[in-house]
Design a binder for this molecule. Sequence first.
Ligand code: AR6
Length: 184
Amino acid sequence: MADQVTSRIGQTKLVILIGDVTKQKTDAIVNAANSSLRGGGGVDGAIHRVGGPSIKEECQEYVSEHGALPPGKAMWTHGGNLPARYVIHTVGPIYKSEEGSAPVLRSAYEESLKLAEELNLKSLSFPSISTGAYGYPLEAAAPVALRAIIDYLREGSRLELVQLVCFAKDTFDAYKEASEKLVE
Ligand code: AR6
């Protein structure tokens, strides 16, 4: 299929596709949240809308116990009414400069992958973190995101499937191009 790119990194299948992350049937989906975990627009709004109020309740419990979630970190809630059992909430950087933002974006992907493994999950779907409201240029974010995922998986992972779910064709094209350079 033209609108899907599949590769294998160690034991894990990595798929880049066009779609809606709220519809993915992977064990978890990742939310591009903000530090308050109160919901918002974009993919965050869609996840809370489809998943229902239990997700916000769990987020609020987390924040009252641990405080706000810093950029580059991740936490989890159950998936509520979503097909996915869990939502891993991470916070990408608000884009300022490549030097400042790239390590935080990389960390958001790494921490989400680590959390998925701690939960013993087999499959995980990411959206394109920080490239909407947070203003990270797509062509710069795509190689950072893919490099983070590929480096993590090459270290050896029990995850069987990692998906990068692109909401629009231009997003897909940027990730596809980056993957052609990074995956041999
Ligand atoms: N499935 C997959 N991707 C989606 C979906 C969806 N259903 N909906 C949007 N996208 P953004 P950010 C894409 O703005 O830049 C929120 O208000 C979208 O097209 O959702 O990390 C939060 O509360 C874009 O490519 O996240 C934060 O305040 C990508 O998801 C802030 O926005 C990310 O865009 C986070 O900003």
